[in-house]
Ligand binder design. Structure first.
Ligand code: ATP
Length: 449
């Protein structure tokens, strides 16, 4: 099995057009990335499978899309203006910045083998709190009153809409509100490819429950989210649940569990699930003067507790690529293959005329492509040797390839090639659409150990 390093993932992502460094022709923009065609398709799949599990297949969760720039008072109430900070340390010698709480993992600019502060040359400042929110101005005036922020999380947009949803969607706890959208954090030490970026797409769901049921729902959502990763092919040995100790938790949280993945940088947070109590709704009630509570029949009246599973598409994307990346030698040739779950794979099938100069083969291949593309993201490719075309599809994780060859012209059958086993079989061309439909529905497990 391949030793999967972050460098290999970055290089494949770039080579195959999943992800590029942003603004590259101007020298890039530190830890900011742009997604190419296959990156967009993969992200779309991750987003829609999350949405399917969180909204489409449930009766108790509704969708929301709130603004990125909210009234700045939202961020005062939530505690972000005062407290969304990381402790920052500068080194006057090497001019680098470090997170004071991550000095142990950081390398000194001058002596990479040492941690900041370990050599006599190091001249570190005292730690000072650095707010991670990006500030901007709204309107033509540039003064205090026009200061606004790019949201550092999508959750607050959900809390401030609690009353709207409660009334207009006629919900009563337990119910949830799900939202996907860009969040922005001015991270001090971004890096590790997409793992920590300044602009990322968050998928958050706030689940409002009667306080007495909060613990049960918290455990439920930890399991639910963990199982979602297994369903979409991540290996169980690469996943774990890590419950925060009381010291590590936010002051308002009575339970937080990180679902961690064994990234090439070590076990790190993929998704966080927290029992946030009634902190958020209470804060917004106090600051806005609007009561955010549930009023039921009779005397029933309470501020719901909130259970929050929160993750970014970026961290899922990296985990999926790392889990899928494989190298092997087949018939004395190296093969790199992304063993992605078919539902995550950007392209579901390739349609390949064996001899691109053969007009009949091209016509049949084009016809099959036109038929399949109505249902699925499929790709027609007639560029180069068939072996090279297979390898290209392997590297972008296409689970199936249909090849139109000499025999197709005789009996209207095609070859289907399986990405993982490399097994080949013949199918009638007229049955390919249904075959593919069924193949994509089948449960899939990675052949990786
Ligand atoms: P960390 O401790 O890694 O900074 P966090 O605990 O601050 O993360 P949360 O505020 O709980 O993260 O954010 C919820 C989720 O959003 C995280 O589990 C992660 O999936 C994602 N996320 C947070 N910050 C980033 C980032 N800078 N880049 C990519 N994804 C992020």
């Amino acid at each position: 099995m391949a030793d999967v390093t972050m460098d290999k993932i970055v290089s494949l992502s770039r080579r195959r057009g999943f992800v590029f460094p942003s603004s590259e022709i101007y020298g890039g923009m530190g830890s900011t990335y742009d997604y190419g065609h296959y990156g967009v398709l993969t992200k779309n799949n991750i987003r829609s499978l999350w949405f399917q599990a969180m909204v489409q297949e449930r009766d108790d969760i509704v969708a929301l899309d709130s603004a990125i720039i909210l009234n700045p008072r939202v961020w005062e109430a939530s505690g972000h203006v005062g407290g969304f900070t990381d402790p920052l340390v500068d080194c006057r010698t090497c001019k680098l910045r470090f997170r004071a709480d991550q000095i142990e993992q950081a390398s000194c600019g001058r002596r990479p083998s040492k941690h900041p502060g370990e050599t006599p040359d190091c001249d570190l400042t005292e730690a000072r709190q650095f707010n991670l929110m990006f500030k901007t101005q709204v309107g033509a005036l540039e003064d205090e009153s026009s200061t606004a922020y790019l949201r550092p999380e999508t959750a607050q947009g959900i809390f401030v809409n609690f009353k709207n949803v409660l009334q207009l969607a006629r919900r009563k706890p337990p119910f949830g509100i799900a939202q996907v959208g860009k969040s922005f954090r001015n991270e001090i030490t971004p890096g590790n490819f997409l793992f920590r970026v300044r602009e990322f797409e968050q998928m958050e769901m706030e689940f409002f429950v009667p306080p007495a049921d909060a613990e049960r729902w918290y455990r439920y959502w930890v399991d639910e989210r963990f199982n979602w990763y297994l369903k979409y092919g991540l290996r169980e040995s690469m996943l774990r649940k890590r419950e925060h100790s009381a010291e590590e938790r936010s002051h308002y949280s009575s339970g937080t569990t990180d679902i961690e993945y064994l990234y090439p940088i070590g076990w790190s947070e993929l998704e966080g699930v927290a029992n946030r109590g009634d902190f958020d709704l209470t804060q917004h009630t106090l600051h806005s003067g609007t009561k955010l509570e549930f009023v039921g029949d009779g005397t029933e009246r309470y501020t719901p507790y909130v259970i929050e599973p929160a993750v970014s598409i970026e961290r899922i994307f990296v985990a999926m690529l790392v889990d899928a990346y494989d190298e092997e030698v087949v018939a004395e040739r190296d093969r790199t293959v992304l063993r992605l779950h078919p539902a995550i794979a950007p392209v579901k099938a390739a349609i390949l005329p064996l001899i691109p100069r053969n007009a009949e083969m091209v016509e049949k291949a084009r016809g099959l492509h036109d038929e399949l593309r109505k249902q699925h993201m499929v790709e027609y490719d007639d560029g180069g040797q068939i072996g090279r075309r297979y390898r290209r599809q392997d590297e972008i994780g296409t689970p199936f390839a249909f090849t139109i060859d000499d025999q197709t012209l005789e009996d209207d059958t095609v070859t289907v090639r399986d990405r993982d086993s490399l097994a080949q079989a013949r199918l009638p061309i007229g049955g390919v659409r249904v075959w593919l439909e069924e193949a994509l529905e089948r449960p899939w497990r990675t052949p990786k150990a």
